[in-house]
Design a protein around this ligand. Sequence first.
Ligand SMILES: [Zn+2]
Length: 386
Amino acid sequence: MRKVSSQQNLKFINQQKVLNLIYNQTPISRVEIAERTALTQQTVTNIVNRLMEDDLVVEGKPIAGAKGRNPIPLAINADKLYAIGIEVAIKYIRGKLIDFQKKVIAEFRIDDTGFENSEDTFECVRKVVYQLVKEVPKKGSLKGIGISLQALVDSKNGIVIYSPGLEMKDFPLVEKLKEEFDFPIYIENDVNLVAIIENEKGRLIDSENNIVLKLDHGIGGAIMNHKQIFVGASNVAGEFGHIKAFTGTNRYSCICGSAGCLTTLASASGLLRNKGLTLDEFSANVQAADSEANQDLNTIADAVGRALSNVVTFLNPDRVLLVGKVIEKLGDRFVPQVVQIVNETVLYSCKDVSIIHMIEPLDESMLAAELVIKKHFEIPLELLSL
Ligand SMILES: [Zn+2]
């Protein structure tokens, strides 16, 4: 990371304060910005001039009828700024180029990836980035690349710590991409990314402490502590899928080396491995009132409910958001049972927790692009604590 003087830091922080206000409070005038930030009018004018020179901010028409001189509203030049978002899943990679109004400009995807090794995975990611960068309308207008990965990720240092499905281990993804693409690049674990964006603008906006659980090909979890992701000592906090939850004849061995983990049945890969059914097939059997499938779904709901009850008792979140393909297909069927088990078993003082689920498909390439937009307007925490 480049070293900067404290004066440069201050200049950057002030600029981000102004940019953040224009982004979140459009339309807003220079005078209002000065009032809200406690910066002098001259400082605000200087910053705004700089932002306009860089094509980040534009002036609108003066607001007629306002008090005093008609103030000129400022807005983000949203349809001239761009972000790329990429979803790296176990079986495909898809990417989008969007403008800051979230209009999709270009898309590119690679299916049936079948990654053989980390270089192979990297080559696929590189190809998708390359194809989308080519489509950026104007040089200098791409403000970053966001990447969502089904992997343990050290987002601060840009490293993919581990993903058996992506064949990656301690892989310096950001550094390798930077050799070719000179843009800000952010990587994030797929579930943490959902949590970050849903906390910023979505279903968790009015929640301070929450958990996001994704039941998908595998299972992952994210813990939000006062609006900050809790990553744990080695970036692996939130491994909901390996909570021991199944016993007796339902106790199958797990890829982690243990047995009875949630992911052995409550995920798409677990259903395929241990029941011989794809998620679509299992879901069709449930809908067709097949008794074995419904009994299995009951077992899964019971296990997820008890595991979640323990997690809620331990972490005391105010909200839990359930997402992922298993929830999309079967959530309406089994989430009510999960909620009932949690209500019956959770510690009295944690009873106010609300458990919600999302049946709309997640668009992680869009979320990854939104991460770029969020980063572009925020003041990095590490600068504020200097
Ligand atoms: Zn396991």
